[in-house]
Design a protein around this ligand. Structure first.
Ligand SMILES: [Zn+2]
Length: 227
């Protein structure tokens, strides 16, 4: 194996200095162009924004070390991308269907303490993901949640029930969220698939709401929200 060819190949001192200059120029160009997007910073990206960042990223890197790639070409490409970005955001503000197309829509995941069935069935997100999000926001069981919305940037927004109005719901922490094998007649149980709460008589009963085949029920909680 030729180590010199892996690490150095045909790099000359003068090209090494050229790389320093190219990288510095591109560094400041990237900062200026990202400022032109008008965004304050990046937390979570929507798919549309991720596209912009990916395109800018690949264009920004190459001219740093590609000998026969003049920086002006990179500037032209980046300007085009930023122009398109600005045009799209302008269009999105004015025309709702266009925004839905590029950014997607916010999705209702929880309504009135139950998971919205068609969303989980379509598999747009897994149980574990919602549950982890809700746990991180201090939610113990679904009965504490009035509405849970999945935003287009992947964040989860929650509206909680007032603490005097908490109903029975599916526990979200693993130790409590376990399928029961025996039923006590005076207790509420929650369907582990959709969060539907009811008195049940058989631990293998089919859930009347989601009619899912998992047929698992966990003991429902109605503890209040403590913040
Ligand atoms: Zn169910």
């Amino acid at each position: 194996m030729d180590w010199a060819s892996i690490f150095i190949h045909d790099t000359t001192w003068s090209f090494a200095i050229e790389i320093l200059i190219r990288a510095s120029v591109m560094f400041f160009l990237i900062i200026s162009f990202l400022r032109f997007t008008g965004k304050r910073g990046v937390r979570q990206l929507s798919i549309f924004e991720l596209t912009i960042i990916l395109s800018l990223g690949s264009i920004a890197g190459d001219p740093m070390f590609t000998e026969d790639l003049p920086i002006i070409q990179a500037v032209l490409i980046m300007s085009t991308i930023i122009l398109l970005y600005r045009l799209c955001t302008w269009g999105m503000v004015r025309y709702q269907p266009f925004e839905n197309l590029l950014e997607g829509k916010a999705l209702y995941i929880v309504e009135d303490g139950m998971l919205v069935c068609n969303k989980i069935r379509k598999g747009s997100m897994s149980h574990d993901e919602f549950f982890a999000e809700m746990r991180q926001q201090g939610v113990e069981h679904l009965g504490q949640v009035r509405t849970g919305l999945l935003e287009t940037d992947g964040k989860f927004s929650l509206l909680l029930c007032p603490s005097d109005n908490v109903s029975y719901g599916l526990p979200l922490f693993p130790k409590q969220c376990q399928a029961v094998t025996q039923i006590e007649s005076d207790k509420y149980y929650a369907c582990m698939y959709c969060g539907y709460v009811d008195f049940i008589s058989d631990p293998d009963q089919l859930c009347p709401r989601c009619e899912n085949d998992c047929r698992n029920w966990a003991e429902a909680l109605n503890s209040k929200i403590i913040r």
